[in-house]
Design a protein. Structure first.
Length: 378
């Protein structure tokens, strides 16, 4: 609207009151002066003031300051009421977007069993070691509805469910607070205000021991993306050092993610190996993994043969351990039916021992086998 007035589309703005016009005195006066420069008048009905009046600005300054103070008082009174309810152990949930609960007759959360089954499934996947991102993909693939009713999940939503103590029957109140009544900006409460913890405040969906176990899993370092999956397995075909990821031209149109030999960055004689673009590296990995999936019958036979040859010299316990590891991977490979289109953590970790980067090829050394696969990257 202000832009339209500056363009000459509006001559008069009628406003109910000064308090509805802007958040504070400074904003009110700044906007009014801008409009005056374009000969646009504002009329405040409640105060019966016209801004083009010679006495208007003085009165507006005074009344705007009063309106700002009134807004502060209202905000403080509302905040006090909320904190009093927290201190009394009373709370409510955003039930419309809160999966697993609805408002009960007593005003407290009541379990919705159909939605609770989804919550239990999410926690089960987390206990099994799945990341929030992996869980989101599983839920989306299975067309399981989210709190919004759509079968599309984000990892941030999954993580918020896994870290929400209310699913364990407890409630932590005043996790955030409004730091400025004018901007309404919220801050995380890291001790600035009192937090209220209410144990056994309502019926839990998740047992407390499982909830605590999941918190321990989430607290552990985890791989954020596919780069971390492969970073310890990519080596230079020229000097044998590791290949590591770098970002080129991060703020320009020439932005690119590449992998280079660490010895290209050292002081003194540098490795002559060329770089490889991350997209090309990932595409090659996907190609190899799909080759493994498509030829898994032959590979499984080869793995079993190599296993029998290699474990004979081990002690009994070590033989069982090595056999168990290989058989676990074989079982996982047997159940993998579909072609993949991105780097799969489980298949990659179980299948690839090392990736060696040459100028125009990648050599993939397979685990538990003498076999290598080559991909041309010309």
């Amino acid at each position: 609207m202000i832009a339209d007035t500056i363009k000459g589309k509006i001559d008069l703005i009628i406003t109910k009151s000064i308090s509805r016009f802007a958040r504070n005195t400074v904003d009110t006066l700044t906007i009014i002066r801008t409009l005056k420069e374009h000969n646009v008048e504002v009329f405040f009905e409640k105060e019966n003031l016209y801004t083009l009046d010679s006495k208007g600005e003085i009165m507006i300054t005074i009344l705007s300051s009063l309106a700002q103070e009134e807004s502060r008082n209202i905000s403080e009174n509302v905040a006090w009421g909320i904190r009093k309810r927290f201190a009394d152990g009373k709370f409510s949930l955003p039930y419309k977007n809160f999966l697993g609960y609805q408002k009960g007759e007593d005003g407290y959360p009541e379990v919705v069993e159909e939605e609770a089954q989804i919550i239990r499934y999410i926690y089960k996947l987390a206990v099994d070691g799945k990341s929030a991102n992996a869980i989101a993909k599983i839920l989306t693939a299975n067309n399981i509805p989210s709190s919004s009713g759509k079968p599309s999940w984000e990892s941030s939503v999954v993580r918020s469910i896994l870290t929400n103590e209310k699913y364990a029957g407890n409630a932590i109140l005043q996790k955030t607070f409004t730091s400025d009544f004018l901007t309404k900006k919220k801050k995380i409460n890291n001790g600035a205000l009192t937090k209220y913890i209410i144990e056994n405040s309502h019926e839990p969906i998740i047992p407390i021991d499982i909830y605590e176990a999941v918190q321990k899993v989430l607290a552990q370092p985890f791989r954020k993306n596919n780069t971390h999956v492969i970073s310890s397995k990519v080596f230079c075909g020229v000097c044998g050092s590791r290949f590591t990821p770098y970002t080129w031209h991060s703020t320009s149109k020439y932005y690119a993610k590449v992998w280079e030999c660490q010895n290209r960055k050292v002081v003194g004689p540098k490795c002559t190996a060329t770089h490889i673009y991350q997209d090309d590296l990932h595409d090659s990995i996907v190609s190899v993994l799909n080759s493994i999936i498509n030829n898994k019958g032959r590979l499984i036979k080869n793995l079993k043969s190599c296993l029998l040859e290699s474990i004979g010299s081990y002690s009994s316990d070590k033989r069982k351990t090595k056999e168990g590891i290989v058989n676990e991977y074989i079982d996982r490979l047997k159940t993998t039916e579909t072609i993949i289109d991105e780097v799969d953590d489980d298949i990659f970790s179980g299948a690839i021992e090392k990736i060696i980067v040459f100028d125009d090829t990648l050599e993939f050394k397979l685990k538990y086998s003498e076999q290598s696969l080559f991909i041309y990257i010309i």
